[in-house]
Design a protein around this ligand. Structure first.
Ligand SMILES: *Cc1c(COP(=O)(O)O)cnc(C)c1O
Length: 396
């Protein structure tokens, strides 16, 4: 793998130099006021990126998966029922995590390529007249298929059913890259990780937790120690952590938020939309389709490209890595081999994306796939040339 080339995997993402440098710092005492001064802007910044209302930001030394585990164990008890749709590898893995913790998951099986089914969620909640369902889980951006779900729509479905379940959202591959409205959508726990939209190394689970979720801790009986929000909040109040925080990553997080806000969150979202649309134009020019079943479901951070019959997406990913030193994502689970994935989130520009499209085309030609070199690149070029939008990336 060449260290010069950008990666086109949907996380970890490319890291701006200024963010990497911010992580690289001398040792400080995490029980000193110096740490508290560093920590505060990171927490306040996360609050703005999530567009939280009331509630608490929790930053754990972990990854997105640990964020899921923390969400469940802090708010639920063994045997509790949660409602979740399964439509890709990440929604599946969250369900699996719940089951391993002894939760009863009411699963709405949904074809891969579709998003969270609002009508079925509403119907399931309406049918739950005894209030068994304690939480609704939603994967905002299913990274396996490149599908975004309508989180505001799920909130409306919950309200229409008059159900008071908690609402937990996996925003690991959307937060910081796609619009996210924790407060307006009535999300009780939002989960992000450091290595995707925040453009940091892996190592932090970043959570927004609503007052309702905090209140649920009182009765939640699932075991928890490392991830116990109560310990965290008590330590936060004293300006620190219950254990050793990932100090460098937290310094990097504060810088990452500065980088995002210098560009402007709305511009960041618009840039991701434009990058994604260029990729989709290329995919169409290749005569292929995204795995996402319809345009309203298209992710702005990742495109899973369905490969032609008789082709294997994993071959392309292997060749790109071995011959060209470029990373794309393989298909996972049900769509293994049937798709390859182009990640287009984080520190990327039009020009960087064009290089990835060009590399994908070289691999397709090498593999004898039926495409014309330059066809997708040209389609993306035309789109990028014609679309407006400040391309200035805050950090180089
Ligand atoms: C990457 C990802 C995760 C897993 O996060 P880790 O940081 O690898 O634990 C969970 N959900 C989604 C949607 C993701 O994209």
């Amino acid at each position: 793998m060449s260290l010069q080339n950008p990666v086109f995997i949907p996380g970890p993402t490319n890291m701006p130099e200024v963010i990497r440098k911010a992580c690289d710092m001398p040792t400080i005492d995490h029980r000193s006021p110096a740490f508290a001064r560093m920590f505060k802007p990171a927490v306040e910044g996360v609050r703005r990126v999530l567009k939280m209302g009331e509630g608490e930001v929790i930053i754990l030394p972990s990854t997105g998966t640990g964020g899921w585990e923390a969400a469940m164990t802090n708010t639920l008890s063994p045997g509790d029922t949660v409602l979740a749709a399964r439509f890709g590898m990440f929604s599946h893995r969250w369900i699996d995590l719940c089951q391993r913790h002894g939760l009863n998951v009411q699963i709405i099986e949904t074809p891969w390529g579709q998003g969270a089914p609002l009508a079925e969620i509403e119907a399931a909640l309406k049918a739950d007249t005894k209030g068994q369902i304690k939480a609704v889980l939603a994967t905002h951006n299913e990274t396996a298929t490149g599908v975004k779900s309508d989180i505001g729509g799920i909130r409306r479905a919950m309200d229409a059913a008059g159900h008071d379940a908690l609402f937990f959202v996996d925003g690991v591959s959307s937060i910081g890259s796609m619009p996210f409205e924790m407060g307006a959508w009535g999300v009780d726990i939002a989960v992000a990780g450091s290595q995707k939209g925040f453009m940091l190394p892996a190592g932090l689970a970043i959570l927004g937790v609503s007052p309702k979720a905090i209140a649920a801790m009182e009765t939640a009986k699932l075991p928890r120690t490392f991830f116990d929000f109560a310990d965290m909040l008590k330590a936060y109040a004293a300006g620190g952590y219950p254990y050793t925080p990932a100090v460098g990553l937290i310094a990097g997080l504060a810088k990452a938020i500065e980088v995002l806000e210098d560009e402007g969150l709305e511009n960041v979202y618009a840039r991701h939309h434009r990058l994604a649309e260029g990729v989709r134009r290329a995919v169409a020019a290749w005569g292929m389709k995204p795995c996402a079943a319809s345009a309203d479901l298209y992710s702005e951070t990742i495109t899973a490209v369905v490969v032609p019959a008789g082709c294997n997406g994993t071959d392309l990913v292997k060749l790109a890595a071995e011959k060209y030193g470029v990373a794309f994502g393989v298909g996972l689970g049900e769509v293994a081999g049937k798709v390859f994935r182009i990640g287009h989130l984080g520190m990327l520009t039009d020009v960087m994306v064009l290089s990835g499209l060009a590399c994908a085309e070289m691999c397709m030609a090498d593999l004898g796939w039926p495409i014309k070199l330059g066809s997708g690149v040209a389609a993306a070029q035309e789109y990028y040339r014609g679309s407006t939008g400040a391309m200035a990336l805050a950090a180089e």
